[in-house]
Design a protein around this ligand. Structure first.
Ligand SMILES: [Zn+2]
Length: 162
């Protein structure tokens, strides 16, 4: 029996909190008095997912494909970056099986928006939203996340080629 060529990938990202900036997580805008600092829209969850997908296909990382010093990526919608990462994967013949992810943030409340994030990301990645798990946790008020200095995200994915 032949098994597909399965690959696992892992991604991590962090951005510092910046008052007055718009907050985007998982392609969805949140109503918060702060956003995240970054060259792009700083969507920390999408960036972690991009790195997991690129890592699984051994295609380097998000900074390699979209250098932060490049003016064309300034304030770019991270959904566009994810779309390009999915195209890179498809070019190598890989398809996405599933994604599991965690956002670490003291605020805002993320859980009520998770279905919307799953739907948004599923449309970009052209997979059913049931294959995208998004979890949220606080950092119990300790560390940089606990002190509300930043938000981080972790993601793993499984990709396959028949
Ligand atoms: Zn990032």
């Amino acid at each position: 029996m032949m098994f597909p060529d399965f690959r696992v990938g892992f991604g991590y990202d962090v951005h510092t909190i910046e008052p007055g900036r718009k907050l985007f997580l998982g392609g969805v805008e949140f109503d918060a008095p702060f956003g995240l600092k970054g060259h792009s829209d700083a969507d920390v969850l999408i960036h972690a997912i991009c790195d997991a997908l690129l890592g699984a296909a051994n295609l380097r990382d998000i900074g390699y494909h979209f250098p932060p010093g490049d003016a064309k990526f300034k304030n770019i919608d991270s959904k566009i970056l994810l779309k390009e990462v999915v195209a890179l994967l498809q070019n190598t013949g890989f398809a996405i099986q599933n994604i599991d992810s965690t956002i670490c943030a003291e605020e805002p409340k993320i859980n009520p928006r998770i279905p919307e994030m799953q739907k948004t990301l599923g449309e970009i990645m052209q997979i059913d939203s049931s294959k995208i798990s998004i979890k949220a946790t606080t950092n119990e008020k300790i560390g940089f996340v606990g002190r509300k200095e930043g938000i981080c995200a972790y993601a793993v994915c499984l990709i396959y080629k028949n």
